[in-house]
Design a protein. Structure first.
Length: 186
């Protein structure tokens, strides 16, 4: 007579299901940029923690337009900050698509990321019952799609914790449904 262990089979299936989100998150996490770029109106700022200080310099950040091909052609700004976080900013940037490149003082690239600066919105005028006009401005950031402007790198620890929570939920659901279908079993 053949004896099967359904709990063992279910456990292996649940373990595979719990490992799937972790395996899927491992690939893109290694390919992500080491910089974070954001826009506020006509100002672009970049933050990184990947550079180390050499001879009093953290490195340089460069802002490239679509027609510029390399780091030296862009608007360059020296990074400033601490050993935890270095940053740079460009103000009065016109509308368009830009590429931000951060070069550390050791010659390595901390990251590259594209950003879109939306044109400033025009105020709309609306008349009220008393015939006075008021101007209201729309948000000036525009749509920030794709990698970069609207995404955040949560890191491997957060992704691992999320995978564990998903796996625990799958195991608890399987156990509950099995217990409900056969109440005399554990």
């Amino acid at each position: 007579m053949r004896t099967t262990h359904p709990l063992l089979r279910a456990g292996l299936t649940v373990a595979a299901a719990a490992a799937l989100p972790l395996a899927l998150s491992a690939g893109p996490a290694a390919a992500q940029s080491g910089i974070s770029v954001s826009t506020t109106g006509s100002t672009i700022s970049v933050v990184t923690g990947a550079c180390s200080q050499i001879n009093g310099s953290w490195g340089t950040a460069s802002l490239l337009t679509g027609s510029q091909a390399n780091f030296a052609q862009g608007r360059q700004v020296a990074l400033s900050g601490t050993s935890v976080s270095q940053s740079a900013a460009w103000s009065n940037v016109g509308p368009g698509t830009y590429t931000v490149i951060v070069m550390c003082s050791n010659g390595g690239t901390a990251g590259t990321q594209s950003v879109i600066v939306a044109p400033p919105s025009r105020p709309t005028i609306s008349a009220t019952a008393t015939a006075t006009a008021t101007a209201t401005a729309s948000p000036s950031r525009g749509v920030m799609g794709g990698l970069g402007g609207s995404s955040r790198d949560y890191g491997p620890l957060t992704l691992t914790a999320g995978g564990i929570l998903v796996g625990t939920g799958v195991v608890a659901t399987a156990w509950f449904l099995r217990r409900r279908s056969k109440p005399y079993r554990l």
